[in-house]
Design a protein around this ligand. Structure first.
Ligand SMILES: Nc1ncnc2c1ncn2[C@@H]1O[C@H](COP(=O)(O)OP(=O)(O)OP(=O)(O)O)[C@@H](O)[C@H]1O
Ligand SMILES: [Mg+2]
Length: 349
């Protein structure tokens, strides 16, 4: 464990009765970084958070915070805060008292509390909201109060469980930017749970994709998208069409169409048969090409900033996103050209 490994889960297994919900999971979050757990419903994300917070204890394994084994420590002694989807604010208390609640429990005096509440509310752009009540502010503001209530305690680790699910799309975007900005500015080590890929990409240094209690891949967003390590990842992260193909050095062949993929060795695939994943944006449609590049357009939907096209290529469906200026909706056939960005290789299973 290096000095920078701030939150470490080692061989963590959690079973409820006979059901193994977290299966021998290893996870490290570097000091001051934010990592997201992303995965389908029921894969164990909340359970991981609850284990870190001390709301559950693991069946096996150890949890370390800043080098200290906290596996058996109580919730209070872990110095951790969670921001939930339901803001869990006290309706009978003013905003100021809600934010200062944790400090009061710690026995911090009124004078200091007042000052720190003021600072915490300023951090979340709610200066002067001390005397309002929960039912006098909007949902987005309530979530910011919940964030201030956590930040004021200067926790060692901040946990988020789908904190933005109750907000509308515009608010979600500004809130996630706020969370990311504060996390980076204050350098708080954070673990963020979501099932929303955009949110995961927007807030984190690294994304962990979970499935059935296991980690499938952990990497920065760009790496996950460009180099998914399995069919599960390819299907879970964005869209792609998967074809059988052949690899020979940096040359890939699909449906008889050969193209070069300069970073092919990054996929760690041996020469020979493989699977070729093609992201919709990796394709440009042109009026000329080899016969092997010809596809038939089945449908095209105008989405405003792009055309969402389904074509048939070599007897298989191919999803294509085309630039609004580069596609005529009457097109029936076109030639597929592949860009390097958005094509990935997988071992044949
Ligand atoms: N206290 C419990 N007793 C028994 N089973 C539980 C308990 N808590 C969670 N589980 C089970 O563990 C699995 C993982 O649950 P968890 O809440 O961690 O999933 P999640 O990834 O957070 O899902 P979601 O995206 O729907 O919130 C589920 O199958 C759930 O039913
Ligand atoms: Mg959950």
């Amino acid at each position: 464990m290096s000095n920078n490994d701030f939150l470490v889960l080692k061989n963590i297994t959690k079973a409820f009765g006979k059901a193994v919900v977290i299966d021998n999971l290893d996870l490290t979050i570097k000091r001051g970084t934010m990592v997201t757990l992303l995965g389908p419903s029921g894969c164990g994300k909340t359970t991981v958070l609850r284990l870190v917070a001390g709301l559950e204890s693991p069946t096996e394994g150890q949890i370390f915070i800043d080098g200290e084994d906290v596996t058996k420590s109580s919730i209070q002694n872990r110095d951790i805060c969670i921001v939930f989807q339901s803001y869990a604010l006290f309706p009978h208390m003013s905003i100021g008292d809600n934010v200062g609640y944790g400090l009061r429990m710690q026995g911090v005096g009124a004078e200091e509390r007042k000052q720190r509440v003021k600072e915490a509310l300023e951090l979340v752009d709610l200066a002067g909201f001390e005397d309002r009540y929960v039912d006098q502010i909007s949902g987005g503001q309530q979530q910011r109060v919940a964030l201030a209530r956590a930040l004021i305690l200067k926790p060692k680790v901040l946990l988020f469980d789908e904190p933005l699910s109750n907000l509308d799309a515009n608010l979600r975007r500004s809130m996630r930017e706020k969370i990311r900005e504060l996390q980076q500015r204050l350098g708080i080590t954070s673990l963020y749970v979501t099932h929303d890929q955009t949110e995961a990409f927007a807030v984190s240094d690294e994304v962990i994709v979970m499935h059935k209690g296991k980690i499938m891949q952990k990497a920065p967003a760009k790496e996950l998208y460009l180099h998914p390590n399995s069919l599960f990842l390819a299907n879970f992260m964005g869209e792609s069409s998967i074809f059988n193909g052949q690899l020979n050095q940096n040359q890939v062949t699909v449906n008889g169409y050969q193209f070069s993929l300069p970073d092919a060795e990054k996929f760690g695939i041996a020469n020979g048969e493989c699977l070729v994943g093609i992201r919709p944006e990796a394709i440009s449609l042109k009026t000329e090409g080899e016969p092997s590049q010809l596809c038939q357009i089945k449908s095209a939907i105008y989405m405003g900033n792009h055309w969402e096209i389904v074509a048939t290529w070599g007897g298989q469906e191919l999803m294509i996103n085309a630039n609004p200026d580069n596609f005529d909706e009457n097109t029936q056939t076109a030639y597929v050209h592949l860009a390097e960005h958005g094509v990935f290789l997988l071992n044949k299973e």
